[in-house]
Design a binder for this molecule. Structure first.
Ligand code: ADP
Ligand code: ZN
Ligand code: ZN
Length: 666
């Protein structure tokens, strides 16, 4: 029996801790079990990750108790979490904590809450059988099955336009897995975990499916986790964290809509589920399928260069054509009409026609609220957030001015707080205003709005979609929430009120995001027999992202975008690490950031270090933020360098430093 147990603790301290094991516990201690340990005068949960003969400090304390009868982490999970620690600048304990359900992080053995209702009721779902595959689909499935048979790691990029039958391929590949007695994980973006998606899987595989997402109570989450761990289900469908499902015989991982940004965790550990999935597939010698109609630049680049195997699906299942897209130049609208209107004549006519034909329309604007800024006509004052460098957005229903970054809220003033005049005016538009404008223009429209304001209550998301599905509502207005996955055959019109919202975000991915959103939201039109039309309003009608989206031409977009990525040295040509320095005092923030950049440059003069520069929105919640960007081909090299530099760096009191590997926003 080795003398000491190595314990990982979920704290931002980049090391493991040694503890001795009291005689009476020595038979029960094992790697992968949780233990209670004394730590800085507290008792905390730790994870036993190894044993050693020597301790690295004097006066080693002993563990207090062992929580688990059986290890909760197996060898694979230990390897995977160690990989996360090495790649994402966090401690091993933090990586482990992210990989297990919330309840058991706190050291609970079992969760007390009685589960009255199962997570999904299989009886509620119709049964479905496999389709006979098209030629394209068969070929795609065949290459995946070959990898499964050979038990080899391989990443496939399944690039298929919307409705080309990707999901059917997932389902049939999973069927093969089950026949071989192996298991599958399917990741979908949180937002797509709608009844529509879940139904696809449950109606095919029944009670063999576990569904995990963030809306589950901790108790239900734990129950699903336990079911998976005990081998009671063979398929997991879930959001990002489902990649850590405790399966022991994994044969296939699928990531649908692989380009989605929700696969990146924005808290420590800031992992990307796609990369974790790749690592897990390697550990299991199994294939990984990445599916998308608009692959991320990174994935398509890798597929083009042979790192991934590219599978293309070019036809829609029913041979239905992609909808026609019309771009409306709002600069011309501005010139020909007297005042700025929300809807162009073209879009107004199209809505009118749609409603007269008894069809449905989706109107998309990726900004919520009513007016997006409020300003005094006399002195020019714009009402800003007290804590952030942002303007306050007027919300009509709440009758409040709200900051979208910190939720700071005030009453709309009747008179200007600065010059006391009453010339307060409201400008800009969000989804609330779009809704009210439609109401104003079309008396017979029955409108529902879907954005994070109307879906805050649980169940409201499904309720709105149901009303649209059964036709009680004929117009759906919303943010990116309505851009994805919805399949409503009666939708013949999709209107994009402004394509410029995402285009104007100061981020190297803004073109990619705009192209993706337009393609996705456009794909909601014309899924039925009556075909469909997409109308895109923009002040930048010549932008390549908008032009390519209008032609459904991913390849064209990729060719343009990849050139600028290469020129400016951004992913996929390098990996990025973003280091954000935050403090309440701007001078201190900027000074500390400069010193840190200097320290990094000093430690490795060859490393490409840009900045520091103020973040696009410099102040949020009273904290000033300055970014340093480190660029290199090898993520591990950068993380290792920062592991050396940061612990030695003298961080002034009140300054916070966050490290984000492969950031998805600037
Ligand atoms: P995607 O995931 O690419 O959007 P889906 O797999 O959802 O595409 O397929 C679109 C529609 O076509 C679904 O309703 C699906 O049931 C149906 N479908 C898929 N494959 C076939 C097939 N081989 N034969 C008939 N219908 C199919
Ligand atoms: Zn004023
Ligand atoms: Zn704010």
């Amino acid at each position: 029996m080795p003398k000491f147990v190595e314990v990982a603790i979920a704290l931002p301290i980049d090391r493991i801790f040694h503890y001795s094991v009291p005689e009476i516990l020595s038979n029960d201690i094992a790697v992968g079990k949780r233990v209670f340990v004394p730590f800085q005068n507290r008792t905390v949960v730790g994870y036993a990750v190894g044993f050693s003969e020597k301790a690295d400090v004097e006066g080693v304390k002993s563990i207090i108790s062992i929580i688990d009868k059986e290890p909760i982490l197996n060898e694979e999970m230990l390897k995977l979490t160690r990989w996360i620690k090495d790649n994402y600048f966090c401690s091993w304990g933090e990586a482990i904590a992210a990989a297990i359900p919330g309840g058991i992080k706190k050291g609970k053995v079992s969760l007390g809450e009685r589960i009255k209702e199962p997570n999904i009721k299989v009886e509620d779902f119709p049964r479905s059988k496999a389709h006979v595959l098209t030629d394209e689909q068969s070929k795609a499935l065949k290459s995946v099955l070959e990898a499964i048979d050979k038990k080899e790691y391989r990443t496939f990029l399944l690039y298929g336009i919307t409705s080309s039958g990707k999901t059917e391929i997932y389902l049939q590949a999973i069927e093969e897995m089950l026949a071989k007695g192996r298991q599958a994980i399917v990741l979908v973006p949180e937002i797509s975990l709608t009844p529509q998606t879940i139904e696809r899987f449950v109606s095919r595989f029944g009670a063999n499916v576990a569904v995990v997402h963030s809306a589950l109570t901790p108790a239900k989450r734990f129950l699903e986790w336990k079911k998976i761990k005990d081998g009671k289900v063979q398929i997991v469908v879930g959001a990002r964290s489902a990649i850590f499902s405790p399966m022991t015989n994994l044969g296939l991982i699928i990531i649908d809509e692989e380009h989605e940004t929700t696969y990146k965790q924005d808290d420590v550990p800031r992992y990307h589920a796609r990369d974790v999935a790749e690592e897990r597939a390697k550990l299991n010698n199994c294939p990984l399928i990445l599916g998308s109609a608009t692959p991320s630049l990174e994935s398509y680049y890798r597929a083009k260069h042979g790192e991934y195997k590219l599978i293309k699906l070019t036809k829609r299942i029913d041979e239905r054509l992609l909808p026609k897209v019309k771009i409306v130049d709002m600069r011309m609208e501005l010139a020909t009409r007297k005042r700025i209107e929300i809807f162009s004549k073209v879009l107004l006519d199209a809505i009118d026609k749609t409603l007269k034909n008894g069809k449905q329309a989706i109107i998309f604007l990726n900004r919520r609220g009513f007016s997006t800024f409020v300003n005094c006509k006399r002195c020019g004052l714009v009402l800003k957030c007290k804590r952030c460098d942002t303007v306050l957005v007027y919300h009509f229903e709440k009758k409040k001015l709200i900051c979208h970054y910190c939720d700071y809220t005030i009453q709309p003033p009747d008179i200007c707080p600065k010059c006391r005049s009453s010339y307060i005016r409201y400008f800009g538009l969000g989804t609330e205003k779009v809704e009210s404008e439609i109401n104003h223009n079309f008396a017979h429209a029955r409108i529902a709005r879907m954005d994070s304001d109307t879906t805050a209550k649980s169940g409201s998301h499904d309720r709105i979609l149901n009303e649209f599905k059964n036709g009680r509502v004929n117009m759906l207005v919303g943010t990116q929430m309505i851009a994805k996955g919805l399949d409503f055959p009666a939708v013949t019109l999709v209107g994009v009120v402004s394509a410029d919202v995402t285009l104007n975000i100061p981020d190297f991915r803004s073109s990619e995001r705009t192209f993706n959103l337009l393609t996705q939201v456009g794909g909601r039109a014309g899924r039925g027999e009556d075909g469909g039309e997409v109308i895109v309003q923009t002040y930048a009608p010549d932008h390549y992202a908008i032009l390519a989206a209008a032609k459904h031409d991913y390849e064209k977009f990729y060719q343009e975008e990849i050139v600028s990525r290469k020129e400016l040295l951004f992913p996929p040509f390098i990996n990025l690490v973003k280091i954000t320095v935050r403090a309440r005092n701007e001078e201190l923030t900027s000074k500390t950031a400069s010193e840190l950049a200097l320290a990094i440059r000093g430690a490795d003069p060859a490393m490409k270090v840009a900045g520091p520069a103020p973040a696009p929105i410099t102040r949020i919640r009273g904290y000033f933020r300055y970014n340093i960007l480190v660029k290199d081909k090898d993520r591990l090299v950068m993380v290792a360098l920062l592991r050396k530099v940061l612990p030695l760096f003298k961080r002034p009191h009140g300054v916070l430093i966050a490290v984000d590997v492969d950031p998805i926003s600037m």
